[in-house]
Design a binder for this molecule. Structure first.
Ligand code: PLP
Length: 451
């Protein structure tokens, strides 16, 4: 039921608001969110929903963190705005905190979000190679199924055809290789899939000419592309070795996996002793309370940008990148994540609760359940033998039924059925045990109805 107030808003919405990622459907009745509490939000008509995807995977600490609100208010009244062509306390403290979280020796360039953070990484990588005697190194390699953002460079790294085709030609110099994906092994060898996927990177660098490859960008766990992960931590170790061997910068996109989502502060930390050259972050950096992007860069990469005169500094700026309020919010967010031991909580509840999703793999339409921490994907099929993907209509029916029962979950891809068959579950990291039970029970009930 919708109240009159919500109906009026929906009328205006239909006339004036262009929704992200949605087909235009004049008959659809969009939801108008009103307020949030913990992992739940309530619409204008008073209906309550558990947010099983943390907004857009960003609401790591859930709604209602008063300390974050206070930090934002205090910063806003103290210094409304100041650019990072100079400096301000929250940005300095945050850059230093990020370096500490990454194990030291990083400096950070701030921007507005994840796409922006990746664009920054690409520009730094190209300029770095130009200024260190490798002017031909301009290509970037990324992996099919990955999403790295919406702007032209980040979209060029994104390797999901359905998002790209209408915008060609994109930025030249971006290539794609298969991710490790044992369930549908590109190499028809599930057991050696990780190893062969890593070998493919090396082969691509050789075939392209190592002198032309600037960087490799990857998420430690492909998130929006369908929660696709390597089978073992050694995949990333091997990737690091290959990047070192060919002087290819390893850019880790931690936009979703950062800040506790997988049970470590950053997803790459599941592989010991691997340090990326650059780490892009956004979303969980502020738990979605303010827009902020950050690219952390190893100090060695910064060296050739140091100058007193001349033009080898980084000529890149965004007015709102590193806004003082956003940085103050991020600092408070990280303080809470650490104080509350969120990574341990995610590990424990990920194991004791969310891993129960694995039991759903006995369902006739669940091909594979993949997950880590508070990041899960259920790859849905219409036939377990052939692995034929469950079609769009059935996928949407599941989402609709969950919503009718008060649970919001997501799915990967959008309009291409073969690429939109993974249900995505990524609740706030502060979700209570009862919240997680509700999520598990509701999803199980809904899946029962489609058998
Ligand atoms: N990288 C990854 C892995 C993402 O999932 C996203 C957004 O979903 C982005 C980058 C882009 O972030 P933003 O939407 O903040 O530009």
């Amino acid at each position: 039921m919708k109240t009159n107030e919500e109906q009026e808003l929906i009328t205006k919405d239909k006339e004036h608001l262009w929704h992200a990622m949605h087909r235009h459907n004049p008959d659809a009745s969009p939801m108008v969110a009103d307020y949030g509490e913990g992992s739940w939000f309530t619409d204008k008509s008073g209906n309550k929903y558990l947010d099983g995807v943390s907004g857009l995977w960003c609401l790591n600490l859930g709604h209602g963190q008063q300390e974050i609100v206070d930090a934002a208010t205090e910063q806003l009244s103290k210094l409304a705005y100041f650019p990072l062509t100079f400096g301000h306390e929250p940005a300095i403290e945050l850059a230093s905190k990020i370096s500490e979280l990454l194990g030291g020796n990083y400096r950070t360039f701030f921007s507005n979000g994840g796409s922006d953070a990746n664009e920054t990484a690409f520009k730094i990588a190209r300029q770095y190679h130009r200024q260190t005697g490798n002017p031909e190194k301009y290509k970037f390699i990324s992996r099919y199924r990955a999403y790295h953002g919406t702007t032209m460079g980040a979209m060029s790294a994104t390797a999901q055809a359905q998002r790209r085709t209408k915008y060609d030609p994109l930025v030249p110099g971006f290539l794609h290789i298969p991710p490790p994906y044992a369930y549908r092994s590109t190499f028809a060898d599930a057991e050696r899939d990780d190893e062969l996927a890593a070998d493919f990177l090396e082969q691509t660098i050789i075939w392209e000419g190592e002198e032309t490859v600037a960087g490799f960008i990857m998420e430690p766990f492909i998130s929006g592309g369908g929660v696709i992960k390597p089978q073992s931590a050694s995949y990333l170790k091997r990737i690091r070795e290959i990047c070192d061997k060919y002087n290819v910068l390893l850019i880790m996109d931690e936009v979703v996996s950062g800040f506790g989502r997988t049970g470590e502060m950053f997803g790459f930390m599941h592989s010991e002793n691997v340090k990326p050259d650059m780490v892009s972050m956004a979303k969980g950096l502020t738990s979605g309370y303010m827009p902020l992007g950050a690219t952390a860069i190893k100090n060695e990469i910064y060296e050739p940008f140091k100058e007193v005169t001349g033009n080898s500094h980084f000529r890149h700026v965004s007015t709102y990148g590193g806004h003082p309020t956003a940085c103050a919010v991020a600092l408070k967010n990280i303080e809470i994540l650490e104080r509350e031991g969120i990574t341990n909580r995610v590990k424990e509840l990920g194991t004791s609760k969310l891993s129960k999703l694995e039991a759903l793999s006995s369902h006739p339409n669940v091909g594979e359940v993949r997950g880590v921490g508070f990041l899960y994907g259920l790859e849905m099929v219409s036939n377990k033998e052939t692995k034929a993907p469950l079609q769009d209509e059935a996928m949407n029916e599941i989402l609709r039924e969950c919503k009718n029962k008060g649970l919001i979950i997501g799915k990967n891809g959008d309009t291409v059925p073969e690429l939109g068959n993974v249900l995505i579950i990524a609740p706030p990291l502060t979700s209570t045990e009862e919240d997680l039970d509700f999520l598990l029970n509701t999803l199980e009930q809904v899946l029962e109805t489609i058998k």
